[in-house]
Design a protein around this ligand. Structure first.
Ligand code: CP
Ligand code: NVA
Length: 311
């Protein structure tokens, strides 16, 4: 498993940086780790986790994951470390690299994780920035693979805020795996233009999959295999909440919208959800919803990532 591991000592900041074969390798290891969760593949390894935003799933799945692998996590709330008093990201990276074997960062500006990774001598994992959330979408892709048996050729529709960290990561998740992605969102909230062209270039190079935007939610979900949504107001945008509730109302995933997709379509949401805003209770708790499997797979996929990067 390790001999052809090109991920060793690398960072994981964006799915754009992963080759298709590397994603396949992550999923092969994930499957094995999910079958037997007590394989101590990282004995004594230490993971530092710097979190500048709140988290339930990312924090707990990384902490539980490194423990199951035989290592330890050190959780560093940004309020309690010297970063808060102005120590630079680079100095923090260089010092932590002398103590630990890997660093997870959850922060606001994406450039912070890029700076951390450039200065650190141990692997850095993006635990969510305003721009991207790669570990989430890798776990989503693994969940789809479990449910549908394949990724290439499936149609996934992302509804709501087309310019957030999840929709952006979906651009690369779909592009790398040959899925047909439709982002259904009002025009001021379309994806970042640079990321969109980067993702389209990957699709072209690989010769499979597609990326489209369709402002009409009902039309977008026709023949969809996967319906995906996320909160309309991401962390850091709280002051826009009321305005966003009005703007995105047409993109709410409810049973009427679900009925326009394929009858065996699955519903996905990274969670936490704002119930009865972007998704109604009946859909979130309904039989097409796979949100808890998706959340569980954060654990297994991130264990595989840690093993491949830090092992
Ligand atoms: N999906 C996700 O990243 O959840 P948390 O914000 O709880 O970590
Ligand atoms: N887009 C959401 C994802 C939370 C996991 C946010 O950034 O708040």
């Amino acid at each position: 498993m390790k001999s052809d591991n090109k991920l060793k000592n690398k960072d994981l900041l964006s799915i754009a940086d992963l080759e298709k074969e590397e994603i396949d390798l992550i999923f092969t290891v994930t499957k094995d780790l999910k079958k037997d969760k007590n394989q101590k593949l990282l004995p004594g390894k230490i993971l530092a986790m710097i979190f500048q935003k709140l988290s339930t799933r990312t924090r707990v799945s990384f902490e539980a994951g490194i423990s199951q692998l035989g290592g330890n996590a050190i959780f560093l709330s940004s309020k309690e470390i010297q970063l808060k008093r102005g120590e630079t990201v680079e100095d923090t990276a260089r010092v932590l690299s002398r103590y630990v074997d890997g660093i997870v960062l959850r922060t606001y500006e994406h450039k912070e994780v890029v700076r951390l990774a450039s200065a650190a001598t141990v692997p850095v994992i993006n635990g969510l920035t305003d721009l991207l959330h790669p570990c989430q979408v890798l776990s989503d892709l693994y969940t789809i693979l479990e449910k549908k048996g394949k990724l290439g050729g499936l149609k996934v529709v992302f509804l709501g805020d087309g310019g957030n960290n999840l929709s952006h990561s979906w651009l690369f998740g779909a592009a790398r795996t040959g899925m047909n992605l439709v982002i259904s969102s009002p025009s001021p909230y379309w994806p970042d233009k640079k990321l969109m062209s980067q993702a389209k270039a990957i699709v072209e190079k690989q010769g499979a999959g597609s990326i489209e935007i369709d402002q009409n939610a009902a039309r977008a979900v026709a023949m969809a295999d996967v319906i995906y949504t996320d909160v309309w107001t991401s962390m850091g945008q709280e002051q826009e909440q009321e305005e966003r509730k009005k703007i995105f109302q047409k993109y709410q995933v409810n049973s009427e919208l679900m009925s326009k997709a394929k009858s065996d379509a699955i519903f996905m949401h990274c969670l936490p959800a704002h119930r009865n805003e972007e998704v109604t209770d009946d859909v979130l708790d309904g039989k097409q919803s796979v949100v808890l499997d998706e959340a569980e797979n954060r654990l297994h996929v991130q264990k595989a990532i840690m093993y491949l990067l830090m092992g």
